[in-house]
Design a binder for this molecule. Structure first.
Ligand SMILES: *Cc1c(COP(=O)(O)O)cnc(C)c1O
Length: 397
């Protein structure tokens, strides 16, 4: 009898009790809108921003309604105008090119390297084409940030980081999101903290922060923020910045605050699971593991491997055989997007030329979520199943 896994790949952990109690308190008093405060009250949303600013070492933090809203707001606040070109990853999730499209700009796709980071040679080649890079640390893989920043600084490119999969991660000791002019995070259920929907924008730039706060829908109540620039920074921008409402509310902020305090502990728990999967799959014939650089502190909330240069039918067979044993894998090489879109050629509102090197890698990427509801033993079992099924299909080839 072959082993079967019965866990649920989309089941996250419950909200910490402390967060549930804080949320109930907000519902009891009813002041859910972030600017609806009683005398002397600071409010959950403003406190959340202040705490995340301290945690990440940023001067200014704005909490917003989603990761996508954080990116759109950052692009607009940084001065991206309709028709501008914005460099971004050919391999990322749909809200990334979507944020570029939302400001009327045009994505210029940069390829993916074999370690699943942005292809820095391709970035260097395209550096002259745009003044902005929306860099997605897709699936938590952080590229050589020293080289990336050198390329962008030399070309005068402003970098905005999409840290949806790197909240809690770092490169060479610097938190992900702190390299460019702004960092964007998601608090959506499948990311590293869970408020259903939500996001953060972090920056050290007072002008960008002031514009972002007005854009998010602060009306003229920006003085109620605790991680915002001083009132002078708003003097000019408050008349020339539109209100595009995308605020965080006190209810979601209440459940996020205790989760931020647990983040570092959870990063270690995720990485125990990641390293278990990695060890269990090491040496599987035909399967390529992704090497993690020493300078990268990653968050193993998902796991990828490559079936590089496998015939599509065989990759499909692996996915089907694993599913039959309860292991849900995603294949980014799937020609028709199902459930999600993560490849440049699915976003036809922004036309692109075929990218052959990238297509070869996309065709081999297999991905799996690793929720914290999985135990280390679960991950050992999952690795045994994948190892056996990859082995069976590989040997039959
Ligand atoms: C989830 C995600 C985002 C942001 O998503 P929202 O649903 O808008 O919060 C951004 N980039 C990547 C790579 C993501 O996976």
């Amino acid at each position: 009898m072959s082993e079967i896994f019965t866990g649920n790949f989309t089941q996250q952990e419950p909200i910490p009790e402390e967060g549930i109690e804080a949320a109930v308190a907000v519902m009891r008093h009813g002041r859910i809108h972030r600017y609806n405060l009683s005398k002397g009250e600071e409010g959950e949303a403003a406190l959340l921003e202040q705490e995340f600013a301290a945690q990440i070492g940023a001067k200014y933090v704005l909490a917003v309604a989603s990761g996508g809203a954080a990116m759109t707001t950052a692009l607009r606040a940084a001065g991206v105008r309709p028709g501008d070109k914005v460099l971004s990853n050919a391999f990322t999730l749909a809200p990334v090119p979507g944020a570029i499209a939302a400001v009327g700009a045009v994505p210029v796709y940069v390829g993916v390297a074999e370690d699943l980071t942005i292809d820095l040679d391709d970035l260097e080649a395209k550096a002259g084409e745009a003044s902005y890079l929306l860099l997605s640390h897709m699936r938590g893989h952080i590229c050589d940030m020293d080289r990336l920043m050198a390329i962008c600084d030399a070309a005068g490119i402003k970098v905005i980081e999409d840290c949806a999969h790197t909240m809690g991660a770092a490169w060479n000791g610097v938190p992900s999101g702190r390299f460019g002019i702004a960092g964007c995070y998601s608090c959506q259920t499948y990311k590293h903290v869970n408020s259903g929907e939500g996001g953060f924008l972090v920056t050290d730039d007072a002008d960008l922060a002031a514009r972002a706060i007005i854009l998010s829908g602060s009306y003229m109540l920006y003085e109620r923020h605790l991680a915002a620039p001083p009132p002078e920074a708003f003097e000019k921008v408050k008349y020339e910045t539109p209100n595009i409402s995308s605020r965080m509310d006190n209810l979601r902020a209440a459940i996020l605050r205790p989760q931020l305090r647990q983040l570092d502990v959870n990063v270690d728990r995720w990485n125990d699971r990641y390293r278990t999967l990695e060890a269990g799959l090491d040496g599987t014939p035909g399967l390529t593991l992704i090497q993690r650089p020493e300078k990268e502190r990653f968050v193993g909330s998902s796991f990828q491997f490559l079936l590089l240069d496998w015939a599509p039918a065989r990759v499909k067979e692996v996915v089907e055989r694993c599913l039959a044993r309860g292991v849900e894998l995603k294949w980014f090489g799937e020609p028709e997007p199902k459930g999600f879109t993560s490849r440049y050629d699915s976003w036809r509102y922004a036309p692109s030329e075929p990218m052959h090197k990238t297509d070869r890698i996309l065709a081999g990427i297999v991905d799996m979520r690793v929720p914290l509801t999985f135990s280390v033993e679960d991950c050992q079992l999952i690795a045994r199943i994948i190892r056996a099924e990859v082995g069976a299909v590989y040997q039959a080839a």
